[in-house]
Design a protein around this ligand. Structure first.
Ligand code: A3P
Length: 291
């Protein structure tokens, strides 16, 4: 199926019709934030699911109840998606947790007055592309990413869902409110050793003003390791029917590593990617771990 069959256009951004409707988008626009809400913001494939595990664990002081009983999409729901209007989010007790893939300037009016806390997760765009490519290959409501070279051009031109990675990252990096926005990268924090993960948990707990003892930090970090999260049925999308997500083609928890783009892009594709990156990011004064 083509983009026209599968996607709608919202404020110049393509979105999958299967999970975004005029009603869910209206609900998003009218959503009333509270100042003690926590919002996870990502470009897709940048570590959203990881953060949807870690934030509830941090806020509950390490109690695994919510990550063991609630799907990640209900636990930390996407505000722009069709589930949001049916979850009675208005009635949830504080601190509420949400996710969005939208740009900063697309946030509803209440976001700018209530000023909730934001955790913005970034990942090397070449690894994002790689993960995105495999994800598109297994999800029935997204376009077929083949041939790869064509999909790469679409990705770099923003003719994919949620627009370009460049616009997304620039939009959220332009917000310089340290008290309120934590910028964190997949490469710094997630992948490798448990020590990195403990540092990440500590940093997130500090940002969310939730004091945790060493034992709780250790427990949360252990749960959020790739190999452990991959086993959590409430986070690994294994309960999504095969005709929507065919994980026999590619698992949602695919590799969870840094630098897999080297196995995905040809030398010419990587060089082209670097040239576009250089041009689009030339005015950005931020040191990314992959630079
Ligand atoms: P790969 O496809 O490269 O393996 P998102 O949650 O934003 O959709 O991102 C999904 C990507 O994050 C996938 O990347 C997935 O494997 C990876 N991921 C999810 N949880 C992770 C974790 N705890 N540690 C490392 N990577 C994780």
């Amino acid at each position: 199926m083509t983009e026209a069959d599968l996607y709608l256009s919202y404020k110049g951004m393509l979105l999958p019709k299967a999970v975004h409707t005029p009603e869910s988008l209206r609900h998003f626009e009218e959503f009333a934030f509270r100042s003690d809400d926590v919002v996870i913001v990502t470009y897709p494939k940048s570590g959203t699911t990881w953060m949807q595990e870690i934030v509830p664990l941090v806020l509950s002081g390490g109690d695994p109840a919510s990550v063991e009983t609630l799907h990640n999409w209900d636990r930390v729901p996407w505000l722009e998606e069709t589930r949001a209007p049916v979850l009675n989010l208005e009635d949830r007790p504080s601190p509420r947790m949400f996710t969005t893939h939208f740009h900063h300037d697309m946030m509803p009016a209440s976001f700018f007055t209530a000023k909730p806390k934001v955790i913005y997760v970034m990942r090397n765009p070449k690894d994002v592309f790689t993960s995105f490519f495999h994800y598109h290959g297994m999800v029935s409501f997204l376009v077929d990413p083949n041939p790869q070279s064509e999909f790469l051009h679409k990705f770099l031109d923003g003719k994919v869902i949620f627009g370009t990675w460049f616009d997304h990252v620039k939009s959220w990096l332009s917000v310089d409110e340290r008290q309120r926005i934590l910028h964190i990268s997949y490469e710094d924090r997630i992948v490798c050793a448990q020590q990195d993960l403990k540092d990440a948990v500590r940093k997130i707990a500090q940002f969310l003003e939730k004091p945790l003892d060493a034992e709780a930090i250790e427990r949360i970090a252990h749960r959020c390791l790739f190999k452990n999260m991959k086993k959590n049925k409430m986070s690994n999308y294994s309960l999504v029917p095969l005709d929507i997500m065919d994980q026999t083609k590619s698992e949602f928890f695919r590799k969870g590593v840094v630098g897999d783009w080297k196995n995905q892009l040809t030398v010419a594709e990587a060089e082209y990617f670097d040239a576009v990156y250089k041009e689009k990011m030339k005015d950005v004064k931020y040191t990314f771990p992959w630079d």
